[in-house]
Write a new protein. Structure first.
Length: 233
């Protein structure tokens, strides 16, 4: 048992899906897993383990933002031996061609967070996806004719920014979309020599101002989860 996860050794699979919303973790387990079992509800941050096509897999809510997510990633890796961290979450589009419900796979993650600056003072670290996980996801989408966007995403510390139009600078440099966790996950995975991938569904667009509802974000992003689970094969 760790500080924030009450599971016992062996209760958590080597591959863990990481939604920010704990209720989305519950939905994923109940929708996709065979015989899901709750292993954590400390602070309401739900975690489940089950099987998918006979292979063990877990899902753990992380909360919003890099600091909260890193708490769970650190404990999953160091206390429970997790080897594959796969973020599944929503994102806001920065590009006109990245549309509502599009799937984005993050090859790399820029960030406004100061966490890496505290490690790499006066230098920039470039958090990137694990190549093998990325290729498995990409090959699955190609085989099943699922269109995706892949590239650089932004992990922001602020959800409500003072300057709404600040996204345009990132967009000019090809950043596809914004979320709040990927850069942290990719960094901690690299630090501990484990694998990480971030698969995102576009829930809203800063360009067109379109948006999905909270209920849709919780329970209708099936394709993203199927892509994540395909990496088990």
């Amino acid at each position: 048992m760790s500080i924030h996860i009450e599971a016992k050794k062996g209760d958590i699979a080597e591959t863990v899906l990481l939604p920010g919303d704990p209720m989305r973790a519950k939905w994923i387990a109940e929708t996709f897993f065979d015989e899901p079992k709750l292993y954590n509800d400390v602070r309401g941050m739900l975690g489940y383990t089950g099987t998918y096509k006979g292979k063990p897999v877990s899902v753990q809510g992380t909360g919003m933002g890099i600091p909260s997510t890193l708490i769970y990633c650190h404990e999953l890796i160091n206390e429970y031996g997790v080897k594959n961290l796969i973020r599944v979450g929503s994102t806001g589009s920065y590009q006109k061609y990245v549309k509502i419900r599009d799937i984005v796979i993050a090859m790399a993650a820029s960030s406004t967070s100061g966490i890496n600056n505290s490690r790499f003072i006066n230098a920039d670290y470039a958090p990137t996806a694990d190549f093998d996980l990325f290729m498995k996801a990409a090959q699955y989408t190609k085989k099943h004719n699922i269109p995706i966007k892949a590239g650089n995403v932004l992990s922001s510390d602020e959800f409500y920014e003072d300057d709404f139009n600040s996204y345009k600078k990132w967009a000019e440099f090809g950043v596809l979309c914004v979320e709040m966790e990927t850069a942290g996950i990719y960094t901690i995975a690299a630090k501990h020599n484990v694998s990480a991938l971030s698969i995102l569904t576009v829930s809203d667009s800063l360009v067109t101002k379109e948006a999905t509802s909270a209920d849709e974000r919780e329970s209708t992003f099936n394709t993203m989860i199927e892509i994540a689970l395909s990496t088990l094969e």
